[in-house]
Design a protein around this ligand. Structure first.
Ligand code: ACM
Length: 554
């Protein structure tokens, strides 16, 4: 910033940029820089939004969507968006110097100016405006309100490029209406990757045309455990499913997410956590004549894994990924790789043969070779892999092969060891801490030791523990920290069968991770965040989200 502008801004500023001053404005995640001015601006009831001609049509589309969102929620307001219209109140102009998701937002008495270099940057500026207006606007609900904005100047950009949320839909299925509700929350808090854990031992949830049994067989199980917030936990003793998404539904989710600047990262967990697929196609297991049933135990680690020594089984995996590559435009695909026992390979003639052929010294290396092979395959489709951290933390793994695969390592447990090992290999890494003495990002765990409902965990999984977890420890040197490209809130559904309980556990911790993903570490402050979160409760209430309230006492 040049000196003259800085002096002018300081003159205009009545509050300092100290953390507590930020609370005067309800904006979560906290922006990178914010200078709060004096007073507020009342939005004109005829609101014109002007897009600079130098910007393309995609920005006009954003401006029009924003205009429609305001008009449909603010009674008595009419809005219009156009290219260089007369007397715009909000002006959107390009600034090529800004980073891809960065924006500046200057709100003055008579004009609001947005600058960005991309559609993403403009979108995040518009989201910030919506977020600072009364909560019904972001919630999409029409309500009378005091439609003012604070006088403020914001220079903002995210801390991390990857700001993720994972939902497991295998252990319990959650339909696309619920997924859209969660995408709405992600968008409100500027998260940008929805990681969709589509398959596991307890159910296959993605339609694959070449292999129909994956859904006619793999999406059903013989029993199901329900946790109901009123009735408690019980087994239904009835079949569960078929529950799966058609390809059309997956495309619908991709489109809904894209409108909110969210990419969808599909995960097909393999070669372990693959029982639902093997129940559908036992010929690709290590014991084709054995019993293979979709599991009803809602969690655990199982020895029934893909036969990586059988070329037809490996081709099965590739065929599945090929269909998903066509549905999901995101240039990455996640193949899991967590918690894969090698025992079935040790007792299988084809795997023994492969072991000898490759001249390896550990069965774990068969998994490393599988990852490299799959990576080579999906690169022919212009995609790259994500894998869980076991690919680099399991004893016997071939780290050279994983490095060559160029995979992004999603690190959960041991989280910091996995992330650091990945970075030392020159691989990008995402931090999604399972559980540590100082908190974590597995937001399906119970958030209070007094929680009356059944579920996973309870340790330092409080909302505060989640908020205060430090994803990149201070002792990670800069040459490694550049590989830490993101953080993720992760939600497993072993215990979570319905929407109420899902939202109760996920919220508000999802918002804690959103702030970790966007705001500089130096701007984070629990008391300040808690204050802003309290101001956000009307937003959650407008959407009828069920959220945990334990944090109000933390
Ligand atoms: C995991 O939690 N098994 C990735």
């Amino acid at each position: 910033m040049n000196k003259t502008i800085l002096t002018a801004l300081l003159a205009f500023c009545t509050a300092s940029t100290a953390t507590w001053a930020q609370s005067a404005i309800n904006l979560t995640p906290a922006p990178a820089e914010m200078i709060v001015g004096k007073g507020e601006v009342v939005l004109p009831t005829r609101l014109v939004i002007g897009v600079d001609r130098a910007f393309g049509d995609s920005i006009l589309v954003e401006a029009q969507r924003f205009a429609e969102a305001l008009e449909s929620t603010m009674p008595g307001y009419s809005t219009a968006a156009g290219i260089n219209p007369k007397r715009p109140f909000i002006e959107i102009a390009p600034d090529a110097k800004l980073a891809s998701e960065a924006y500046t937002l200057d709100i003055r008495k008579n004009k609001i100016t947005i600058k960005a270099s991309t559609t993403d940057g403009v979108y995040y500026a518009l989201q910030s405006i919506k977020k600072m207006l009364p909560a019904n606007v972001m919630a999409g609900v029409k309500a009378e309100g005091n439609y003012t904005l604070p006088i403020v100047r914001i220079n903002d950009q995210p801390r991390f490029a990857y700001r993720g949320f994972m939902l497991d839909v295998s252990r319990h299925f959650h339909g696309i209406d619920e997924i859209k509700r969660l995408l709405d929350i992600m968008a409100a808090y500027k998260m940008n990757v929805f990681h969709w854990h589509l398959t596991d031992d307890q159910g296959w949830r993605a339609e694959i045309k070449k292999y129909p049994r994956l859904t006619t067989v793999g999406s059903k199980s013989q029993n199901c455990r329900i946790t109901d917030m009123e009735k408690g936990t019980y087994w239904t003793n009835e079949p569960y499913g078929p529950h799966f998404y058609t390809q059309e539904e997956m495309r619908e989710v991709v489109a809904y997410a894209a409108e909110r600047h969210i990419d969808v990262l599909p995960e097909v967990d393999m070669p372990g956590h693959f029982v639902a697929a093997l129940a559908s196609y036992p010929e690709f297991s290590c014991n084709p004549r054995g019993q293979h049933n979709v599991l009803t135990h809602q969690g655990g680690v199982w020895e029934d894994v893909l036969n990586v020594g059988n070329p037809r089984a490996v081709q099965f995996a590739k065929d599945i990924l090929a269909e998903l590559c066509d549905i999901f435009p995101y240039p990455y695909i996640h193949i899991g790789g967590d918690e894969c026992p090698t025992k079935a390979w040790e007792n299988n003639a084809e795997c023994l043969e492969l072991y000898k052929q490759l001249g390896v010294d550990s069965y774990r290396k068969l998994q490393s070779h599988f990852i490299k092979d799959i990576s080579d395959f999906i690169q022919t489709r212009g995609k790259h892999l994500f894998v869980w951290n076991e690919s680099v933390t399991c004893e016997g793994a071939d780290l050279d092969l994983i490095r060559e695969s160029g995979s992004t390592v999603m690190s959960w447990h041991p989280c910091q060891q996995g992330a650091r090992t990945a970075a030392e290999l020159g691989l990008k890494t995402i931090v999604t801490e399972y559980h540590s003495k100082t908190g974590g990002y597995y937001i399906n765990r119970r958030q209070s030791k007094d929680d009356p409902y059944d579920g996973a965990g309870y340790g330092d999984d409080t909302v505060r523990g989640c908020y205060e977890y430090v994803p990149v420890p201070e002792d990670v040197p800069a040459e490694l920290s550049k590989y830490y490209i993101g953080v993720q809130a992760t939600f497993w559904t072993e215990w979570v069968s319905n929407t109420d309980y899902l939202e109760y556990l996920a919220l508000p911790r999802l918002i804690c991770v959103a702030e970790a993903a966007w705001s500089p570490q130096s701007k984070k402050n629990w008391e300040d965040f808690k204050h802003r979160l309290t101001l956000d409760l009307p937003f959650l209430d407008y959407g009828h989200y069920n959220y945990g309230k334990h944090w109000l006492e933390q």
